[in-house]
Ligand binder design. Structure first.
Ligand SMILES: *[C@@H]1O[C@H](CO)[C@@H](O)[C@H](O)[C@H]1NC(C)=O
Ligand SMILES: *[C@@H]1O[C@H](CO)[C@@H](O)[C@H](O)[C@H]1NC(C)=O
Ligand SMILES: *[C@@H]1O[C@H](CO)[C@@H](O)[C@H](O)[C@H]1NC(C)=O
Ligand SMILES: *[C@@H]1O[C@H](CO)[C@@H](O)[C@H](O)[C@H]1NC(C)=O
Length: 450
């Protein structure tokens, strides 16, 4: 590495050397915006000096810091803090984020008269607080493929969304409307990700199955719209609940399905609410606050162990020891993936199941924009993907309770478990027929025992 303080010297040298070609006194680095945009790892010293700090001699880098520089000038760090950045011509870049300013020149190598501009690295640069206190030195290296921040690194910062993101969602499309939810700003990133279903372990969603001509013909008799919240004047859907920051969506989706289907088969004479804490604490078919699947909960757990009512083990929204209950247990008679097996699902089959037997539990991919849904027919705004948040796509579980069409756009009506303040009184609508967010790839139905 060429020492940074030596740079001026090199530069002058260069100037003298090439003065006939009238090179300006900047470094030989020639970095483009595209070269710099992306994810960087900064290695930082721990000196806390002042502006007298000598970054040529300070080479003991003790901490790592990851920051992503995005279009057009957004920066976001591994903790979810937002800031801004700028190129300085083709020479280097400055970032202001998390009350700090970083600046370093882009790296280059010079051998004789040939200069190699190495824009994926920096010389030793300077970082200090905006009030000019606490100086340190750092060295930057760009990761070649932008790395996805790990949940582990995110857990301690608050989830904060930029207003730019909300307004970008609202200006990029008109099907749905986004708002800021103050309750999310008070949550840690880790908790929000858990609330949205937790980190995915690889690509879990199958492709949707092709609907046969026969199926499509059979589905023509289905109503054009349908809603279990108002079916022939009756509501068969149990109240909206709030899972809090435990990754227990799968338990809520599962119980919601059981509750609704029990109401349906008893003509609304049995209106029970079932214990989600029992699932979180007692089920070995799922991972407590770290996730699970309706197939194994509303289905298999309900069949093997049975479900208890909410009063028997009230929801606390955290991992806690199982309380063995003497309450009556309610069993699941049958459970199945729509289509018969994992990978056989599609939209007409889902509608048929919904109308015939009741609401269906689905897993789907949550992108960062979904969190801010307020109303309308949701679809993921792909143009904004990755531009604002270091979000990891999660698997969330919800309950489809109906479907319809508005201004030529088909939608599902879906019950969420984020309280009644979120979305359309706790529900949302999402594009139907296009496997939006893998919504139509993995649906589950059950049959409660009476
Ligand atoms: C710097 O890079 C740009 C884009 O690659 C190129 O057009 C320009 O000629 C380069 N300038 C120098 C001085 O090498
Ligand atoms: C920093 O240290 C280097 C190496 O000892 C020295 O050559 C340089 O003059 C120092 N720079 C400043 C600004 O003190
Ligand atoms: C979508 O949002 C991006 C980022 O804010 C903006 O650059 C772009 O112009 C927007 N597109 C439309 C069609 O509004
Ligand atoms: C179902 O409940 C509704 C409303 O309470 C009632 O009008 C209807 O007769 C019931 N149906 C049956 C089959 O009992």
């Amino acid at each position: 590495m060429v020492p940074i303080r030596g740079m001026v010297y090199i530069c002058l040298c260069f100037l003298v050397f090439l003065q006939l070609t009238s090179v300006k006194c900047d470094t030989p680095a020639n970095c483009t915006y595209e070269d710099i945009k992306g994810t960087w790892i900064f290695s930082i010293t721990q000196i806390n000096g002042d502006n007298e700090i000598n970054c040529t001699t300070e080479t003991e880098y003790v901490t790592k810091y990851k920051v992503t520089l995005d279009f057009p000038n957004f920066a976001v760090d591994e903790y979810g803090n937002h800031g801004h950045w700028t190129m300085i011509y083709n020479q280097g870049f400055e970032i202001q984020i998390n009350n700090k300013k970083f600046f370093a020149f882009s790296y280059y190598k010079k051998e004789g008269r040939t200069v190699e501009s190495l824009c994926h690295a920096t010389f030793s640069g300077w970082v200090h607080n905006i009030d000019e206190k606490f100086w340190n030195c750092y060295m930057g290296e760009k990761t070649m493929t932008p790395a996805i921040p790990k949940v582990r690194q995110l857990q301690n910062s608050y989830y904060h969304v930029s207003d730019e993101f909300i307004s970008a969602i609202n200006t990029n499309q008109s099907s749905w409307k986004a708002i800021r939810y103050p309750q999310f700003d008070q949550m840690k990133v880790f908790d929000v990700i858990r609330m949205a279903g937790g980190k995915r372990s690889g690509k879990t969603f199958p492709k949707i199955a092709t609907a046969s001509g026969e199926l499509l013909r059979a589905c023509r008799i289905l109503p054009k719209e349908f809603d279990w919240r108002n079916h022939k004047g009756s509501n068969y859907i149990s109240p909206i609940r709030n899972q809090g920051s435990c990754g227990s969506c799968y338990a809520f989706g599962s119980m919601a399905m059981y509750e609704a289907r029990l109401r349906i088969i008893t003509n609304n004479t049995i209106q029970k609410v079932f214990s989600t804490q029992d699932i979180v604490s007692c089920s070995e078919y799922s991972q407590g606050c770290d996730g699970g699947f309706p197939y194994l909960i509303a289905g298999k757990y309900g069949q093997d162990f049975g479900l208890i009512e909410e009063e028997c083990f009230k929801y606390e929204g955290r991992d806690m020891p199982c309380i063995q209950s003497t309450c009556q247990r309610h069993y699941t008679q049958d459970y199945y993936y729509i289509g018969g097996f994992y990978g056989a699902c599609n939209e007409p089959l889902m509608r048929a199941e919904l109308v015939k037997s009741g609401p269906i539990a689905v897993s789907f991919e949550v992108y960062d924009d979904f969190m801010y849904y307020k109303s309308g027919i949701y679809h993921h705004v792909q143009e904004l993907e990755g531009k604002f948040n270091p979000w990891e796509i999660t698997n969330h579980v919800v309950l489809i309770v109906g479907y319809g069409e508005e201004n030529g756009e088909k939608f599902w009506i879906v019950k969420n478990s984020w309280g009644t303040e979120w979305g359309e009184d706790g529900f949302f609508r999402i594009r139907r027929g296009t496997d939006e967010c893998s919504m139509e790839s993995m649906a589950v139905g059950i049959q409660p025992s009476l």
